[in-house]
Design a protein around this ligand. Structure first.
Ligand code: C5P
Length: 228
């Protein structure tokens, strides 16, 4: 069977990563969470004082430091789940905090950040056999991907899922705060000048508001079998 590129885009917290990760595992493809890369750059900014007190980014400083930000992935040997590394340190848990979620979209709107990360993502997909999820995978990173999916669900349902996820991890967050964050990220992601979030013309739309994880998984597997 020929190897293909699978691009899964969509709104924040709509379960893209779960379905992408599960499919990759089942079909023996590499899974790349492109959002983790934007989150890792954001964590770097937070740790290195690159946010001003008003929340704006010290763009020039970040531009100069971009080359020293190294992001990589490794599989957790026990769980087989991917872990994100920033300059050699495992930051998988830290990049999922509300603090990073509420700072990431402005960082991801910077053209030089996108250029650097998109280049790395394209490099990762050179050999195909990859499932990548994000916001611009089908439109900008791999416009020729053989299978493109665009996932959506209502903001309330997405916020509820995220709330349950954070609560299960023992993190403190209110439903209202999460809903606000989800809506705010959608707004910034859709309205930015560079590669705004939008469905590629040839992407298949999936509204998973009322689907279980198992139903989604099955649906995606069928799309893969048709495309491969
Ligand atoms: O996918 P996740 O929600 O973890 O992504 C975090 C943020 O990174 C998004 O809200 C978006 O601003 C940005 N992002 C992006 N392009 C991608 C993936 C994520 O702009 N391909």
């Amino acid at each position: 069977m020929k190897k293909i590129i699978i691009a899964i885009d969509g709104f924040s917290s709509c379960g893209k990563s779960t379905m992408a990760k599960d499919l990759a595992k089942e079909i023996g493809y590499i899974y790349i969470d492109s959002g983790a890369m934007y989150r890792a750059v954001t964590l770097y900014c937070l740790e290195n004082g690159l946010f001003n007190t008003d929340g704006s980014i010290q763009e020039e400083a970040l531009r100069q430091q971009m080359r020293q930000i190294q992001i990589s992935f490794q599989l957790n040997p026990e769980t087989q789940r991917p872990m994100t590394f920033l300059n050699g340190k495992n930051v998988e848990e830290r990049i999922r905090t509300m603090e990073v979620s509420s700072h990431v979209s402005p960082v991801a709107a910077l053209d030089f950040v996108r250029k650097a990360l998109v280049q790395q993502q394209q490099e990762m997909g050179k050999e195909k056999g990859i499932v990548m999820d994000g916001r611009d995978i089908g439109t900008a990173v791999f416009p020729n991907a053989e299978l493109k999916i665009f996932v959506t669900a209502s903001a309330e349902i997405r916020a509820q899922r995220r709330y349950e996820e954070l609560k299960a991890k023992g993190q403190d967050a209110s439903f209202e705060e999460i809903l606000h964050n989800v809506e705010e990220r959608d707004r910034i992601d859709q309205n930015r000048a560079v590669s705004p979030l939008r469905k590629a013309d040839d992407a298949i739309l999936l509204d998973n508001s009322h689907l279980t994880i198992a139903e989604q998984k099955q649906w995606l597997k069928e799309q893969f079998e048709k495309a491969a």
